[in-house]
Design a protein around this ligand. Structure first.
Ligand code: IPE
Ligand code: IPE
Ligand code: MG
Length: 246
């Protein structure tokens, strides 16, 4: 039986988040420059975007560039930003053909003007698509997001729009960049690293974590199916006992 048919479509993660890691090592293994790894990483992006939409996943969030990644060599940062622009230009068709809506989260003001413009164009063009929401985390850091959230709520408290007693989980959720998205059900990280690297700290509170040694440019739909099959074997107890769940 092929992997895809082993997936139970009524028990899919509603929100799948992926830390796409290992482009640099992939290139190095081939004796190539890191940029070559990033270029090939875009193929894996298409694989998971199409694969997730075909399965019926509602939210897919991809960690494409972290607030910490600004500290990489200038040339690499430039390459990544150029690649973002060219991928957006190229993949708009994939998004439209698959009825996918694009969103972006992060400190987007930090992005080069050209990238921001291209991003806004694709977001605008795909805003009425409804099959899946694809969110790119760009210049994203969870701590930056939380600081931003605290600031927004504080201003509302100051202006008597919210009273401190009424601040609960839903108020926080509504002020995060990820408002309107489900909590993360499954978090995948490639390349063998087992850390979160400042990604969606609040949103992964009860996510299942899946780590694989596959380097990002090698990641295919089959690897996606493997991760989901593994996810569906887990018992999500949310603090309850196994007996309460079954
Ligand atoms: C992930 O691959 C892409 C980004 C972080 C932008 P890396 O570039 O981190 O690849 P490694 O970890 O050096 O192999
Ligand atoms: C995390 O990968 C960020 C992205 C995948 C965009 P890194 O490669 O930057 O993470 P660390 O620095 O190894 O933790
Ligand atoms: Mg890395």
């Amino acid at each position: 039986m092929d992997k895809k048919s082993k997936i139970q479509t009524d028990r899919l993660p509603k929100h799948l988040a992926i830390i796409m890691d290992g482009n640099g090592r992939w290139a190095k293994q081939k004796g190539m420059l890191r940029a070559f790894g990033h270029e090939n990483g875009t193929k894996a992006v298409r694989q998971v975007v199409e694969g997730s939409a075909e399965l019926g996943i509602e939210n897919l969030t991809l960690y494409a560039f972290s607030t910490e990644n600004w500290n990489r060599p200038k040339l690499e940062v430039q390459t990544l930003m150029k690649l973002l622009v060219s991928s957006l230009k190229k993949e708009i068709k994939t998004l439209q053909d698959n009825n996918i809506k694009l969103l972006a989260i992060g400190n987007l003001d930090e992005l080069p003007k050209k990238a921001r413009k291209e991003l806004n164009e694709v977001i605008e063009k795909t805003k009425d698509n409804s099959r899946m929401v694809l969110t790119l985390a760009l210049s994203y850091g969870s701590r930056e997001e939380l600081i931003n959230t605290v600031k927004k709520i504080s201003i509302k408290v100051k202006n008597n729009i919210i009273s401190p007693e009424n601040i609960d989980e839903s108020v926080i959720n509504e002020h995060l960049y990820t408002r309107n998205l489900h909590d993360v059900d499954l978090l995948i990280r490639t390349s063998g690293e087992q850390r979160i690297s400042n990604f969606l700290l609040w949103q992964i509170a009860y996510a299942e974590l899946y780590f694989t040694n596959v380097l990002w440019p090698d990641f295919t739909k089959e690897h996606l199916y493997e991760a989901i099959i593994e996810y569906q074997k887990r018992e999500r107890r949310f603090g309850k006992t196994s007996e309460q769940i079954n």
